[in-house]
Design a binder for this molecule. Structure first.
Ligand SMILES: [Zn+2]
Ligand SMILES: [Zn+2]
Length: 233
């Protein structure tokens, strides 16, 4: 473990309940900082929730391949710090309050949906020791009363897997994801951040190629185009 990471881990042991934003005691994300997290604008694209000056049924920012997408917070510097504390500083206790924000701000997916966390490559998994998307998805599964199935994998370096089905090979070409086992008819991808949408799109296309009829996506935070008016509230 690198020295800086060890220092953070030790600090976490010493003050396990310090807020990741303000450093005050009171939980991984204190109530005050949780209330101050940016809120998605409600004038937006109906399909992907990207904010726009007017409502629109679809938009240029809709990630291709997904039926719908929702996010809990527009990505800004404060949100970036919280996500980095979760991923890079291994403050895994942040997964629960972040999932709570998602539950508060994202309507529950339709009954029959199955949550599918975006997987990491085995190398990344070894390096970090956990998959933040999986942590978020397991909290969401409990809160929404939906099953979670890790039917996607992400081979190291996009290497071809022998014996993979045609759909799985297609998935590898499209974005280094492979579907394993029976994929859900109605899947909902779970990830921490949606930036360009290319990861979500590649994962959705892999699921569709393997037989999913509908693929939605929920993320903790989304990078939205500047000037589209995100309010803080
Ligand atoms: Zn705080
Ligand atoms: Zn859209």
């Amino acid at each position: 473990m690198p020295l800086a990471r060890l220092a953070t881990a030790l600090l976490d042991l010493a003050i396990p309940s310090a807020c990741a934003v303000c450093g005050m005691p009171g939980g991984a994300l204190c109530a005050q900082c949780e209330r101050a997290m940016p809120v998605p604008h409600d004038v937006r694209c109906e399909r992907c929730a990207h904010p726009w000056p007017h409502r629109t049924p679809t938009c240029a920012e809709c990630p291709p391949g997904v039926t719908w997408a929702r996010y809990a917070m527009p990505y800004d510097s404060v949100v970036a710090g919280v996500i980095s504390a979760l991923k890079d500083s291994r403050r895994t206790g942040l997964a629960e309050p972040l999932a709570q924000l998602m539950v508060q701000r994202i309507p529950p997916p339709a009954a029959g949906s199955v949550l599918v966390p975006i997987p990491q490559s085995p190398a990344r998994r070894r390096e970090r020791g956990f998959n933040q998307a999986e942590l978020l998805a397991s909290h969401l599964a409990r809160e929404w009363g939906l099953p979670m199935r890790g039917v996607l994998t992400r081979p190291d370096g996009g290497r071809q897997q022998r014996g993979a089905s045609r759909g799985a090979r297609l998935g590898q070409v499209q974005g280094a994801f492979v579907a394993q086992g029976r994929v859900p008819h109605q899947a909902v991808l779970v990830d921490d951040v949606l930036t360009t949408g290319s990861t979500i799109t590649a994962a959705a296309r892999t699921l569709r190629a393997a037989g999913s009829a509908r693929v939605g996506a929920v993320v903790t935070a989304r990078v939205v185009l500047a000037g589209m008016g995100t309010r803080v509230g």
